[in-house]
Design a protein around this ligand. Structure first.
Ligand code: PCA
Length: 198
């Protein structure tokens, strides 16, 4: 049985609602899916994520976050080993020019099939694009951490999807976008399993 971890975030920095918390609620309890809402705190979010990864050992991880400035869904391809914040996180921390993992690689690349997800989203007319920067705030920290997990579990795939505020893309459409991304992650895992020599 495959297991997929889906994460979202609580509200932060003046955004009253974080659509990703709502999306995760919709998927809660689904078969083969583990869901978790992360704090918007550099330290706590990474600790929470590491704990749930160790407990569940998922085959795939899809993390979701709000990009308040975006008009479309963004499939993040890169995480930087950098915490550099222009606004405090929910614990009041505001790191400047800090490595997330001293001595860790400068960047990690997402291992999900972002290209195919963008194509599939376009095919149902959901505005979407790939992105080469998840920023240097908590979402980037979470992506960097989750890609550390997939690096040390080569069978696993992972990536990050930023969504816009609900005024730009409604919740149903964001849920649909998440469904499509999860379906593609599942496909990738199964393709890897079936291509392995017996
Ligand atoms: N978006 C923030 C952190 C939490 C979230 O939903 C970000 O883009 O870093």
């Amino acid at each position: 049985m495959t297991r997929i971890l889906l994460t979202g975030f609580e509200p932060f920095a003046g955004n009253k609602v974080n659509p990703t918390e709502r999306i995760v609620e919709v998927f809660e309890g689904r078969h083969e899916l583990v869901t978790h809402v992360l704090h918007v705190e550099f330290d706590k979010a990474r600790t929470q994520l590491k704990t749930v990864l160790a407990q569940t050992e998922p085959d795939a991880v899809l993390a979701l976050g709000l990009d308040a400035n975006s008009e479309q869904v963004k499939l993040e391809r890169v995480a930087l080993n950098l915490a550099d914040s222009t606004k405090p996180d929910n614990a009041g921390e505001q790191p400047v020019d800090q490595p997330l993992e001293p001595g860790g690689p400068a960047a990690r690349f997402s291992s999900f099939n972002w290209r195919r997800i963008v194509e599939q989203l376009h095919s149902v007319e959901i505005p979407a694009t790939s992105s080469l920067s998840a920023g240097t705030y908590v979402c980037n920290a979470v992506l960097y951490t989750l890609l550390g997990y997939t690096e040390s579990h080569p069978h696993a795939v992972g990536g990050f999807m930023h969504v816009p505020p609900l005024e730009r893309i409604d919740l149903d459409t964001q849920v649909r976008a998440t469904e499509i991304a999860l379906y593609e992650l599942d496909r990738t895992i199964h393709a890897a399993h079936t291509s392995k020599p017996a």
